[in-house]
Design a binder for this molecule. Structure first.
Ligand SMILES: Nc1ncnc2c1ncn2[C@@H]1O[C@H](COP(=O)(O)OP(=O)(O)O)[C@@H](O)[C@H]1O
Ligand SMILES: [Mg+2]
Length: 234
């Protein structure tokens, strides 16, 4: 089977102008993922984990290499070279990204935020309303908060909303950058339940988890990163 994601020789450096110095964050990495796989990335802080996810999501433009993604709409497409228009489409429809930081539009309520994510995919408002409520209930976000602005939420509430918004889209490829980093135990369990459900539905996931206990028995394979390099663990 053709992999859903194949990364060839990915390298990404940053230039620190003030120090007149280059940092090689990711150094010639190769790996591939089959559809439905869940691959974990571990490694100490600064080893290049987030840079890989951000390169796939095209938050970063890479210096070298190819990121072949098997798109439903475009077929095999190199995310390193895809047009802005293609990337915008893929982010709306096929590729999700969730981190521990919530970027929200001002004056948008929690409910609207989740509904927008569903409508963006071409679904009706009716479906969006229903699915948004299901998702907000799943994450046990107080009903009083549904029509409030996330700016006023606690850290844990923001995080749960953030994850709800990414997961409600049921993306084909979901990139997770330590989304549970500062969640309490009960919220982590909620995230895990939903990840298990997404896995059953065939979502491909690439995730960085600081909490190895959380990742245990969840991912199929794991890579350990060290100074921009990859070593397969299992
Ligand atoms: N936008 C950026 N500008 C400059 N340096 C960066 C940037 N993003 C990451 N880096 C550097 O690249 C290296 C890898 O960072 P990162 O991928 O965030 O590691 P990790 O997620 O494993 O903690 C670090 O040395 C970090 O300082
Ligand atoms: Mg990181």
């Amino acid at each position: 089977m053709e992999p859903i994601l194949r990364i060839e020789n990915l390298s990404k450096s940053f230039t620190l102008h003030n120090l007149k110095k280059q940092i090689k964050a990711v150094d010639a990495i190769n790996f591939e993922m089959q559809e439905g796989e869940f691959v974990g990335i571990t490694g100490k802080s600064g080893s290049g984990k987030s840079t890989i996810l951000k390169s796939i999501y095209r938050t970063y433009v890479i210096n070298e290499g190819n990121i072949w993604y098997l798109s439903k709409k475009f077929g095999r497409i190199n995310l390193a070279e895809a047009s802005e228009r293609e990337i915008v489409y893929l982010r709306k429809q096929e590729i999700g990204y969730v981190s521990q930081f919530l970027n929200v539009m001002p004056r948008t309520t929690a409910r609207e935020l989740v509904e927008q994510a569903i409508v963006e995919m071409g679904n009706t408002n009716f479906l969006a309303e229903r699915e948004a409520e299901k998702m907000l209930s799943h994450f046990e976000l107080d009903e009083e908060l549904w029509d409030s602005y996330p700016a006023t939420f606690s850290g844990g509430e923001k995080l749960r909303l953030n994850i709800a918004r990414a997961m409600v889209k049921r993306p084909r490829l979901l990139l997770l950058d330590e989304p549970t980093a500062s969640l309490d135990h009960a919220s982590k369990r909620k995230v895990r339940e939903l990840m298990e459900q997404l896995m059953r539905e065939g979502t491909t996931m690439l995730g960085i988890f600081h909490d190895l206990e959380f990742m245990k028995n969840l991912c199929h394979r794991e890579y350990n990163m060290n100074a921009g390099h990859f070593a397969s663990v299992r």
